[in-house]
Design a protein around this ligand. Structure first.
Ligand code: AMP
Length: 385
């Protein structure tokens, strides 16, 4: 018997899950270390309906991974962690599938840091920490960009001079692990229909949509970075690049200020001035909260039309992510008046968050996404190989 650990590292948090390896890896525990980089990091482990917590004091990613090892070891009956799977935001043009990580691949991934400066360094810090805490384990990288490598050139490029495309300024797309999971689930649910045209709306704190045809990504709303497309909790989504020129020229803003604005102060938070959290906005009586939701829904509907056009029609629409899975209001408003597209939903099924909520020609599904499960299966496959 052996175990698989999955790690999903952000700037100040490290989410993890523990699986028992087998033909289908079995989830045994989940947890999170919060406030990494502060003096008061905090670890949570949830298993078998119980929650354990530990205060770690000052902790970096290395200390956080050691603490995960410490808290999980007593529950593993002496069996080893044979593989560690890492969510890595950027695989550039190099990876269209998971990869067993070694020194050469890590150097290549370091070269991609400028493309994802807020995510990639933390992902790679977790890899280094896991290599040192689990020196005998196979380390597997699973890339959020990999699923989108199938996109045709017109969806891979911007209309910049070609030299910029060659330098890597392309539309990479993200949330690939979630889309991979959803595609697998659709295959499982309806294995016959390999040519279906599907749009998946991954609506979480980060949000994007993807048009999938025959199981492959054709177009997505996120592009060069995780800023483009839909408005998100705190990120702007689609923005006229002229706005940036204006902010630089007229407001005298520099790179760091603009980066902070676009990543941390926009989206639902910026529009509402209240919160980045959809639950709070839905509960708020204030006009600004309603307008923020109006804009959010409007952009999803616009993208839905564009993505369906990119794949020549639509058979399936999937909602996933924290908002997509839980907000009946957002689902209802996205689907409202979309009968012309074949989209109609049953209010009761929607309110109940049923697996299928549609009554029209387009099947509208709510699927709980599972990015960790995708990573665990990739590690299991690497171990079997
Ligand atoms: P995620 O990043 O996938 O965890 O999604 C986080 C988002 O899901 C936040 O905006 C939450 O407010 C939202 N969310 C979670 N549960 C609900 C719910 N019951 N109703 C509306 N939004 C929700």
């Amino acid at each position: 018997m052996s175990y698989i650990l999955t790690l999903n590292a952000g700037s100040s948090s490290l989410k993890y899950a523990v699986y028992r390896d087998g033909a289908a890896p079995e989830l045994r525990a989940v947890g999170q270390v919060d406030r990494i980089g502060s003096e008061a990091a905090h670890l949570v482990l949830k298993r078998e309906g119980e929650t354990e917590t530990r205060e770690l004091g000052a902790a970096d990613h290395a200390r956080a991974v050691e603490a995960i090892l410490d808290i999980c070891t007593p529950h593993m009956q002496g069996a080893p962690v044979a593989g560690v799977g890492h969510r890595i935001v950027h695989g550039g043009t190099l990876f269209d599938r998971p990869a067993v990580l070694n020194a050469d691949i890590l150097s290549a991934l370091h070269r991609l840091v400028p493309l994802a400066p807020l995510h990639q360094p933390h992902n790679l810090a977790a890899v280094r920490a896991a290599m040192s805490a689990f020196p005998d384990a196979v380390q597997v990288g699973c890339f959020d960009t990999a699923f989108h490598r199938s996109q045709p050139w017109v969806d891979d490029t911007f209309a910049l001079p070609r030299e910029y495309y060659d330098k890597g300024i392309r539309r990479y797309g993200f949330h690939g692990l979630s889309y991979d999971y959803i595609t697998g689930e659709l295959d499982r649910i309806d294995a016959e229909d390999h040519h279906r045209r599907t749009v998946v709306a991954h609506l979480g704190n980060g949000a994007s949509m993807c048009a999938i045809k025959g199981g492959k990504s054709v177009a997505s709303t996120m592009g060069f970075t995780a800023l483009d497309g839909l408005p998100m909790g705190t990120r702007c989504g689609q923005l006229d690049p002229g706005v940036l020129l204006y902010l630089i020229a007229q407001e005298g803003m520099g790179h760091h200020q603009i980066r902070d604005l676009l990543y941390h102060k926009c989206g639902l938070l910026g529009l509402s001035g209240i919160s980045n959290d959809m639950r709070e906005l839905e509960a708020s009586p204030r006009r600004e909260a309603k307008e923020a939701i109006d804009y959010y829904v409007f952009r999803i509907r616009r993208e839905l039309g564009g993505l369906a056009a990119a794949i020549g029609g639509l058979e399936t629409l999937v909602f996933c992510g924290g908002i997509g899975e839980n907000s009946a209001l957002v689902r209802a408003r996205v689907c409202e008046g979309m009968e012309w597209m074949g989209i109609a939903i049953d209010p009761e099924a929607n309110a109940a968050g049923a697996d299928v909520i549609s009554t029209g020609a387009v099947t509208v599904r709510v699927i709980r996404t599972d990015e960790e499960g995708v990573i665990a299966r990739a590690v299991s496959a690497a171990l079997a190989a």
